[in-house]
Design a binder for this molecule. Structure first.
Ligand code: ZN
Length: 158
């Protein structure tokens, strides 16, 4: 960890505070850095945009990818003011930054009623034992699109 890492984390924390103060959303901020430059910043915007997926990390990843015109955050570092929830963890793995720094822990978040443990618990359950009902339907028809994808010669793999 370098002084630059502390600077970028400080920025993520400031973004979190500004988002909270302006009532953009919850007290979370994130910054995407590449080659020692801030590519994008994001604060939690769930309540102001009516978007339950607008967590700071997702907002920052979307902006960074738009800025870099790519769907992969190669050689990027994500600084987030709090350890990512399962959704953001998934988004981070799909975006593939090389490293993540986090400020608060998920235990810190749970202490102010942002507890995501129930989602981790759901992941471990069998699909028919989850709180939200998941029902398989029309697999044979749906799978045909996958077969077309497999045969598609001009596909962009990722
Ligand atoms: Zn999240």
């Amino acid at each position: 960890m370098t002084e630059r890492d502390k600077y970028f984390m400080g920025r993520a924390i400031t973004v979190a505070q500004q988002g909270m103060t302006s009532n953009t959303g919850g007290p979370f901020g994130a910054v995407v850095v590449k080659d020692d430059q801030i590519i994008a910043e994001g604060c939690n915007s769930v309540t102001s945009t009516n978007d339950p997926t607008a967590h700071a990390e997702v907002v920052a990843i979307r902006k960074a990818c738009a800025e870099l015109k790519t769907f992969q955050l190669d050689n990027c570092i994500l600084y987030t003011s709090c350890e990512p929830c399962p959704m953001c963890l998934g988004a981070i793995y799909w975006a593939r930054p090389m490293k993540v720094f986090y400020g608060c822990t998920k235990e810190d978040a749970a202490a102010i009623n942002f507890d995501d443990q129930f989602i981790y618990d759901e992941i471990d359950k069998k699909i028919d034992a989850r709180q939200i009902n998941f029902v398989g339907l029309m697999r044979e028809e749906a799978v045909k699109v996958f077969e077309q994808w497999e045969a598609k010669t001009d596909r962009t793999t990722y």
